[in-house]
Structures are given as C-alpha cells and as structure tokens.
Design a protein around this ligand. Structure first.
Ligand SMILES: Nc1nc2c(ncn2[C@@H]2O[C@H](COP(=O)(O)OP(=O)(O)OP(=O)(O)O)[C@@H](O)[C@H]2O)c(=O)[nH]1
Ligand SMILES: [Mg+2]
Length: 430
C-alpha cells in the first residue's frame, strides 16, 4: 500500500484541459519526497499495486497554469531502504561498464532498480551516452576522477537517489585512477556508512596473462596499484583464455588476502556471484590505504593522451556508415599503445578496442553487422592512447581527411577535446 517512505512506480498519462496528452510515461518516486507534486501524492496515498485512478492538479494549485488530469496505474511499491553503492575501479577497457550493464539487467529481472554513475577526465562519454540510450538511470562525474571530485560524486549519488530511487548504484571510476580506498571509499564509509560502499577492481584476464605490456612502467604502476588496493578483484574476460590455470596461480600468489573472482561478464551466473560477493563483503575500519607515490602516479596518467571527438558524416552516395567503420579501423591502426579506444556509432552501437586487441597495421575492422546504405552517420570517439595529445590529434585529423577522400564524404567535427590528465589532487585522503 502507498504510504510515506515507500518507493512507488506509477505509469501515467497527463492531459491538459483540452484533452491533449502532454506526457505518457512511468515515474519512480518516494512517497513523501519533493520529487513529485504533494497534491498528486496525497491522492495516491493508500493505493495498492495494480490500482488505476484519475487524479487532478487544478489551475492555480502549485503554480499550475491549466487544469491537468492524470490517469495513473500503480505498477510497483516497495519499502525505501538505504541504497548500496558499489565502486568499480580497474584499468582502461578492463570490463567495468560491461559488468555494470549486465548487473543492471540481472537486478532488473528481480525487480531491483539500479543506477549508474560514470566518470571520466573528459566530458563527452561513450559509456554515459550508452547508458542513456539503454534507458538506465545514470549520472556523470566529468572533467576529472572521483578522487579529485569527491563532492561531485556525492552530489551525483544523491541526485540519482532522489530522482530514480534505485536500490543499488554502481559508480565506475575512470580507468587511469587509483588510490580510491583512501580518497573515495573511506570518506564514503565515514560520511555515509548506510550506503555500505564496496570497491571492486577489474582486470583483463588476457592482459594479466601477458608478461610484459606495451605501456610505460609508470602506467603499469597505476594498474598494479589498482589491484593492490582492491578488496574484490574481478579477473574479467576469463572466457578469452584457453587455459586460465596460470593466471589463477599468479593472482592467488600475488594477492593472497583478496577475494578474486574469475568472470565472464556475459554469463549471468558470474554476475550473480559477483553481486553476492559484494553483499557479503564486510568493509571495516582496518581497511588500509595504499602506500603510493603520487609523482609516479601523475607521470603515468600524463603518459596517456585523452581525445573526445563528436563527428557527423555526410555521404551523398549513401556510404556514411561504411566511411564511419573505415575511420574506426584506421584509428585502431594508430601506431601507439591503446589503453581503450571506444566509439559510439549513431548513438547506440559501442565499438571497443582495448590493450589486448590486435593493434597497429593488423588491427581488424569493427566486428559489427554490415551497415545499411545511409547518407548520414554520427560517431563519438573516446581515445585513451599512450602518446602526446598533439600526436593523437594530428593522427585523428589525418585519418578524417583520408576517409573523406576515399568515400567522397564530408566529416564535420561537432566537439573536440584532446588533453593529458592533470596532477591528481584528491579532495580527501584518509
Ligand atoms: N569476452 C568478454 N569480453 C568482455 C568482458 N567484459 C568486457 N568485455 C569487452 O571488453 C571491452 C571493454 O569493455 P568495457 O566494459 O567498455 O571496459 P571499461 O572497463 O568500462 O573501459 P573504460 O571505461 O574505458 O575504462 C568491450 O569490447 C567488452 O565487450 C568479458 O567478460 N568477456
Ligand atoms: Mg567504462
């Protein structure tokens, strides 16, 4: 029954005095909160799941400029319980967003609503746009990591809590960031113990199985620090290893006190096991902060160039999609180590090249179905690559010009930013 402090999902159709439908959608809110009109809430009090009712907001009430009628159906009611906040850390491309997406789907099947906070040094994010496209409630902390923007993270959590009423929030930290226990988890535990915050570090199984990486040793330093501070490590993409024995032996020897899960995030039983582990992971005051050298950490972050670019492709010969895919392949062939090179094609198709993808001249074309003829395409590029911003920007712009010539199309840059992350200066460090 709807009463104060219950979370309600209603579907409604809103009409004005002329009978025109202004809105037709579902909304989730907490009864007694300020997120929807108190006059409407008072007419919902006492209703049970499945009930339908017509409720009203009259002209002049709460600044209404017309008489409004709402035909509502009560779809779900649950007790308001404190949200759980799960932080995800882990190197670029290690599988954080994929695991979150699969976890949100898994929880939805059990009627547990979840939301996501994405984070990046840049502002035009493939992952954030993808969650929006998928209709998953989300917020973003942009222009820097959670550690250096702790208050923004706190606000983003409160914002999605108020507007979307999730039971679980996944907060994905940018892949070049570490020291989250001292700068995010401990402050959260201190300020919001009721959120029961946890931290998981993701690591790509294939990258772990390689003895050397193409990255500078300061970049590897960040990667290793992320693993060192985890309480739960998810070795992701375990399905890509023929024989995981060696990686398992190595990880168990290196991180004896840490819970390690070997995960294929596309397998829902693995996702269920990860979520169960988080539910039973106790975080206590003896959680130790990293022993970390910030100068090395900052040098490692600055080794990577960050490029975010939004493009619009126009092709009179209807080859806009082919041109977009050819451009993606060309960028994947950049002669520099890729942290994560990801694209969002037409606002819905994510294409991703990571540190373990085939790189350089042999990088493959994107693994997507053959595109239909089209006169336009949009492409959002997020490139995190070990080189300088100048070199990356020049490479991308040369690629754009060569694709324009090859496909006789025009490529317009709508927004562009290319930079190196600055020195990390956390808001808190406990
Ligand atoms: N086979 C397989 N592929 C995976 C798995 N998890 C992630 N991937 C793939 O790995 C790539 C990168 O995954 P993301 O989830 O975008 O990685 P991320 O950690 O969010 O990357 P950043 O946000 O850039 O740091 C995508 O192509 C995913 O499809 C997995 O468990 N198995
Ligand atoms: Mg991601």
């Amino acid at each position: 029954m709807i009463r104060d402090n219950t979370i309600i999902r209603i579907r409604y159709s809103m009409k004005n005095s002329r009978g025109e439908v202004l809105e037709n959608r579902a909304v989730t809110y907490r009864q007694g909160s300020s997120s929807i009109s108190p006059i409407l809430q008072s007419q919902l009090q006492g209703l049970e799941v499945g009930r339908q009712k017509q409720i009203f907001l009259k002209k002049g009430q709460e600044d209404a400029d017309d008489d409004f009628t709402f035909d509502i159906t009560v779809e779900a009611i649950r007790e308001a319980v404190p949200i759980k906040v799960h932080l995800l850390s882990g190197f670029l491309g290690s599988g954080k967003t994929t695991a979150i997406h699969e976890a949100v789907k898994y929880l939805a099947k059990q009627n547990i609503p979840a939301a996501v906070i994405t984070n990046d040094q840049g502002t035009q994010l493939v992952d954030g746009s993808l969650f929006t496209h998928l209709g998953i409630p989300s917020g973003q902390v942009t222009g820097g990591c959670f550690c250096c923007n702790y208050n923004d993270l706190d606000h983003a959590i409160r914002y999605v809590e108020k507007h979307n009423c999730p039971a679980v929030i996944f907060a994905e930290s940018v892949g070049s960031c570490t020291d989250l226990v001292a700068t995010v988890l401990k402050p959260l535990l201190q300020q919001h113990p009721e959120w029961q915050p946890t931290i998981t570090t993701f690591a790509d199984a294939q990258l772990l199985s390689e003895n050397t990486t193409a990255f500078d040793e300061t970049v590897n330093y960040i990667y290793n620090k992320q693993l060192e501070e985890a309480q739960v490590i998810v070795v992701s993409k375990i399905d890509q290893l023929n024989d995981p024995t060696q990686v398992k032996t190595k990880m168990q020897a290196r991180y004896p006190g840490i819970t390690i899960l070997y995960q294929n995030s596309f397998d829902q039983t693995h996702i269920a096991r990860w979520l169960d582990t988080l539910d039973t992971t106790a975080f206590t005051d003896d959680l130790s902060s990293l022993d970390i050298d910030y100068d090395t950490y900052a040098t490692g972050e600055a080794k990577l160039a960050w490029l975010d670019q939004q493009l619009e492709i126009e092709s009179p010969s209807q080859q806009a999609q082919d041109a977009a895919l050819a451009l993606i392949k060309k960028l994947a062939q950049a002669p520099h180590p890729i942290g994560h090179l990801k694209f969002l094609l037409d606002g819905h198709t994510k294409i991703s090249y990571t540190a373990t993808s085939v790189q350089g001249p042999n990088a493959p074309a994107p693994d997507v179905p053959t595109p239909p003829p089209a006169t336009t395409a949009t492409l959002l590029i997020n490139a995190r690559i070990q080189t300088t911003p100048e070199t990356l920007s020049q490479y991308v712009n040369a690629a754009l010009r060569s694709i324009e010539q090859r496909y006789a199309c025009s490529i317009r840059t709508l927004t562009e930013s290319c930079f190196q992350p600055g020195y990390p200066r956390p808001t808190h460090r406990l």
